[in-house]
Design a protein around this ligand. Structure first.
Ligand code: FE2
Ligand code: FE2
Length: 280
């Protein structure tokens, strides 16, 4: 053991290489608190540093990861279907914890303002909370994370963009997390109809906080375009076509996407439907 304080990149790598969900999220929240304290001057400065994040984050033995086509479908209106839905969200949240720490550790060669790190540390902290909220909801229904199979391949967007920070921002926060804004209101309605207040409240927290994650993506994407004198819309379209496999699926949550700084002419031209006149 040495006394050298950990860098932020090393903290991120430590989260990525922790397998157990509860341990991973606890560590993530501790590192986020340490970063916040350093940034407010309540603790010594933490350097960004450099690290070698793993190509794939460590994950628990369960859930079993299956090809999306092999994951059994359950009726969303049934008790088993509601458990499956919460389980799927828990899986997405755990993946998101790793995605946010990965963007911190992966691109330290690109010089970015400290605010970039503030944003992703805060996002990673919130994703850790979201995972724990979903675990609590599953426990209240007699289940747990790992009880059902989950989608393999969620790390693909990260793997495809290990060399391309702008590609990562385009595909992860601005496409995948923006998709979360489209589908979460429907899930909230479903749990409200079932009278599951705990799940409704947890999903409302997630819904509110995810807007900022998409906004951080758009903010730093625009920052990099400005720094390199690139047209953000054309750049976004090119990168999504390069790294995202498939068309975007309407209906879009245009209101929350606008809150997050995503204008309609960014995403509509990438959809599998004819865009409305205002979004071409
Ligand atoms: Fe989340
Ligand atoms: Fe997020």
């Amino acid at each position: 053991m040495t006394d050298t304080p950990m860098t932020l990149a090393e903290m991120a790598t430590e989260v990525l290489t922790t397998a157990d969900g509860a341990e991973k999220t606890a560590l993530s929240r501790r590192h986020a608190a340490a970063w916040r304290a350093a940034r407010t001057g309540d603790a010594p400065v933490i350097e960004i540093g450099h690290a070698a994040p793993p190509r794939h984050p460590n994950r628990p033995d369960k859930p079993e990861l299956l090809n999306p086509r092999e994951v059994p479908k359950r009726k969303p209106g049934s008790p088993q279907g509601r458990i499956a839905l919460l389980h799927a969200v828990a899986h997405i949240e755990l993946n998101a914890v790793d995605l946010h720490w990965d963007i911190i550790a992966r691109f330290t060669d690109v010089k970015m303002p400290l605010g970039f790190y503030d944003d992703w540390v805060k996002s990673a902290d919130e994703e850790s909370k979201h995972f724990n909220l979903m675990c609590d909801c599953l426990a209240a229904l007699g289940s747990h994370y790992g009880a059902l199979p989950a989608h393999a391949g969620m790390w693909r967007a990260a793997e495809d963009t290990t060399e391309d920070l702008m590609g990562r921002l385009a595909v992860v926060p601005m496409v995948l997390e923006a998709r979360g804004l489209d589908v979460t209101p429907g899930m909230i309605t479903l749990f409200r109809k079932a009278g599951l207040t705990q799940a409704v409240e947890a999903l409302e927290v997630i819904y509110a906080e995810e807007v900022a994650h998409v906004a951080y993506g758009a903010k730093w994407f625009n920052f990099l375009c400005g720094r390199d004198n690139l047209d953000p819309k054309a750049e976004f379209h090119g990168l999504v076509q390069k790294y995202f496999h498939g068309a975007l699926k309407p209906p879009f949550n245009e209101e929350k996407r606008a809150d997050a700084g995503l204008p309609p002419d960014f995403y509509w031209p990438l959809a599998d439907e004819e865009p409305p006149a205002y979004a071409r």
